[in-house]
Each structure stands twice: as structure tokens, then as C-alpha cells.
Write a protein that binds this ligand. Structure first.
Ligand SMILES: Cc1ncc(COP(=O)(O)O)c(C=O)c1O
Length: 379
């Protein structure tokens, strides 16, 4: 209890300029707050804490941590790939994948607001000399026609695309789910162009639950993928890169190269195994809560969002409809006890295991009061 969190870090890198937010960083006890910044904020469950304490471990650098090995085997089986590699973060998994698939100086084609070419753009440039061919798509949803156009060969061989990277669910797109038919069509187009397909499936289990499509089916349409245990599934740490055995052998080499090889990682893998088992079974609750939140916000601030746009556990709200800049709204919400984030100019609220339906109702009340007060104040 009494966990202390440096809240200002939520808006970007510590020390980064945050328009509209002034004054010293705020330190606050999170226990009394409703934390909707991300689905990464969950605390380990009692079962996870027990598993962590009792985990059988070895040295993962040498490949002999039994808990890591069983997590990797389980993950590979779930997604129907030959092998898997457990790493600390989703970013590291993405960076390793791009490092393997893409030659330095060549391109990754991806949706223009996807994580790999947004938050991770400097990582890809610094670690692998990779650049991006950005494809703009409404709500982050690529179509096969868009991909076909982007994969047209450059007659001068200047811009050569080595990889197509997909994101499902698409975060900045609003937690949107890629339709299976479209994915199959995209796969076909990429295959015809001779370009391998990678999936940033940080929240692929959310996509699977929302669409009723097994993760296995999504994974079958890509050459390799990663998913995060540390997001909706609720593990404290960890992501898993999955693919053919030879690709994963290379991934282990790149993991060492990037300083990501770790030792008694079974301590974390033990919690990851529980997340993998229990997490998917309850994700629908997060989706229901997100719709509840969206309905409530739409009711009290009409025009700020379309609740029907909420497909999984993310709610994006446009504060222009209320006449308040997003960072000001964020600050007012925070002062009233609701933590959120600003992503691509909109307020982003994310539901997760550690937020109840009751807290969602409270958050709607806070939203309503804050919006009314801000409107009054700004008039
Ligand atoms: C779509 C997507 N991919 C990758 C990542 C990176 O994951 P991590 O924070 O574990 O590095 C995130 C993180 O939010 C994400 O939303």
C-alpha cells in the first residue's frame, strides 16, 4: 500500500516539455486514484507474487532457466510458431524483429501512427539504421490496396521495403481490431511483393477477445509476432517474440547484442505464465468497462467521442468538443483523482484489471464535473 508514483512521467519522457503543464512534478499516492493512463499499470496479483517467490530459476543467458523455457514453449504453442523468446519489453521485441528482418538503410512499411514508427522511431534508426515508409490509414486500419501501393518496387531501388509491420490492436487508432479478411488480403499482397509480415501484437489478445478470432489465426497470417504480457494480460514485466526457429535463434543473438539478455528471468516468467493463463479470460471485462466509460462520457459531453468507436479497452476523447486543450483537461482530471494520458492530441483512457466498474462510474462523474467546471471557467 501507499505506492508512490512520479505522475509527470506518464506524459512522456521525464523532463520532456509538456504544453500547458507547469509547476513542479506532482508526487501522489496512487491508491486513492483511478489510474487509466495505460493497461500497463496493473500490480501483480497475489497468485503472481506467490509464483514469483517460488519460481524455479536458472540463467537465461545460457538458456537454462526452466521457468523462462516453459513460458517460451507455451507462448510458441499458443501462437502456433516454432519458437519464442522472452524479453523485457515490447519495444525490445519490436527492435529485435526489425533488426533481423531489415537491412540497414532499408525500410519498414507500416501504418503512419503505429508504435514502431512513432514512439520507437529513434530506436529503429539508432539500433538498426532502419527507416519507415508510412502509410496513413483512418483509425490505423490498413487495407490491402494501401499496402499494395506502398509495396510497389522503386524502379531505382532507392527505397527498398524489407518488412511490412502491422499493429493489432492499433493503439493510436483507438484500440481498433484488424478484420481477419483484411489481414488475409494484406498477407497475400505482401507475399506477392516478396515482403515478410511482422505483427506488433502488443494487445493481440484484446483483438482476439473482441473479434472472437483465436490468436492462432492472426498469427498464422504473419511470419513473426510479439505480444506483451505486461499490458492487458496483467504481468508486471515482459513480452514475447515468436516465430520460426531460425528467426528466434537470431533473436537470441540480437537480444544479447542489445543488452537485453538477462539471467534469473524465471522470477518474472513465473508471473508471465499466470498472466497468459488468467489474462485472456477476463479481458472482456475491460472492454465492457471501456464501453461503459465511453457511453458515460458521450452522455455528459456530447460530440467528444463516438462510443461505437470503442472496440477494446481504449477510449479516446477529443476535448475540442468541450473547448478545453487536452493537456489542461488532463491536469484537471489528475487534480480530481483520475489519471489519463494525452495521445495524438486526444485524452486516452485505458481500462485494465485493476479498475472496477464502480471506479469507471466514479471516473464518469469526475469527467462530468471537470468538464462542466472547465467550461464555466473558460467562458
Ligand atoms: C502497440 C504497442 N506496441 C509496442 C509497445 C511497447 O511496449 P513496451 O512498453 O513494453 O516497450 C506498446 C506500448 O505501449 C504499444 O502500445
Amino acid at each position: 500500500m501507499g505506492a508512490i508514483c512520479r505522475i509527470d512521467g506518464a506524459f512522456g519522457l521525464p523532463g520532456m516539455a509538456r504544453p500547458g503543464l507547469e509547476g513542479p512534478p506532482l508526487y501522489s499516492a496512487l491508491v486513492s486514484r483511478i489510474d487509466l493512463r495505460s493497461d500497463t499499470v496493473t500490480r501483480p496479483t497475489e497468485a503472481m507474487r506467490r509464483a514469483i517467490a517460488e519460481a524455479e530459476v536458472g540463467d537465461d543467458w545460457y538458456g537454462d532457466d526452466p521457468t523462462v523455457n516453459s513460458l517460451e514453449e507455451r507462448c510458441a504453442a499458443i501462437v502456433g510458431k516454432e519458437a519464442a523468446c522472452y524479453v523485457a519489453t515490447g519495444t525490445l521485441a519490436n527492435e529485435i524483429a526489425m533488426h533481423i528482418f531489415v537491412r540497414s538503410g532499408r525500410l519498414v512499411a507500416c501504418e503512419a501512427t503505429s508504435h514502431v514508427c512513432g514512439v520507437e522511431v529513434s530506436s529503429a534508426a539508432a539500433m538498426s539504421g532502419v527507416a519507415f515508409a508510412r502509410i496513413e490509414a483512418p483509425r490505423g486500419q490498413l487495407t490491402s490496396d494501401m499496402v499494395a501501393e506502398a509495396l510497389q518496387p522503386d524502379p531505382y531501388d532507392v527505397e527498398v521495403v524489407d518488412l511490412l509491420s502491422l499493429e493489432n490492436t492499433h493503439q493510436v487508432g483507438g484500440g481498433t481490431v484488424m478484420p481477419m479478411d483484411e489481414l488475409r488480403a494484406i498477407r497475400k499482397v505482401a507475399g506477392e511483393a516478396g515482403v515478410p509480415v511482422y505483427l506488433d501484437g502488443a494487445r493481440i489478445f484484446n483483438a482476439a477477445v473482441a473479434s472472437g478470432t483465436p490468436v492462432l489465426d492472426y498469427a498464422a497470417e504473419v511470419d513473426a509476432l510479439m505480444f506483451c504480457l505486461s499490458k492487458g494480460l496483467g504481468a508486471p514485466i515482459g513480452s514475447v517474440l515468436c516465430g520460426p526457429a531460425e528467426f528466434i535463434r537470431e533473436a537470441r543473438r540480437a537480444k544479447i547484442l542489445f543488452g537485453g539478455a538477462w539471467r534469473q528471468a524465471g522470477i518474472m516468467a513465473a508471473a508471465g505464465l499466470i498472466a497468459l493463463e488468467d489474462g485472456p479470460q477476463r479481458l472482456h471485462e475491460d472492454h465492457v468497462n471501456a464501453r461503459l466509460l465511453a457511453d458515460g462520457i458521450a452522455l455528459v459531453t456530447p460530440g467528444a467521442l463516438d462510443p461505437m468507436s470503442v472496440e477494446t479497452n481504449m477510449v479516446f476523447v477529443d476535448t475540442r468538443a468541450i473547448g478545453i486543450p487536452p493537456f489542461e483537461m488532463l491536469e484537471r482530471l489528475r487534480d480530481a483523482g483520475v489519471l489519463a494520458n494525452v495521445v495524438a492530441g486526444r485524452i486516452r483512457l485505458v481500462t485494465h484489471r485493476d479498475v472496477t466498474a464502480g471506479q469507471i462510474e466514479q471516473a464518469i462523474r469526475v469527467w462530468s464535473e471537470v468538464a462542466a467546471e472547465a467550461k464555466g471557467g473558460s467562458g
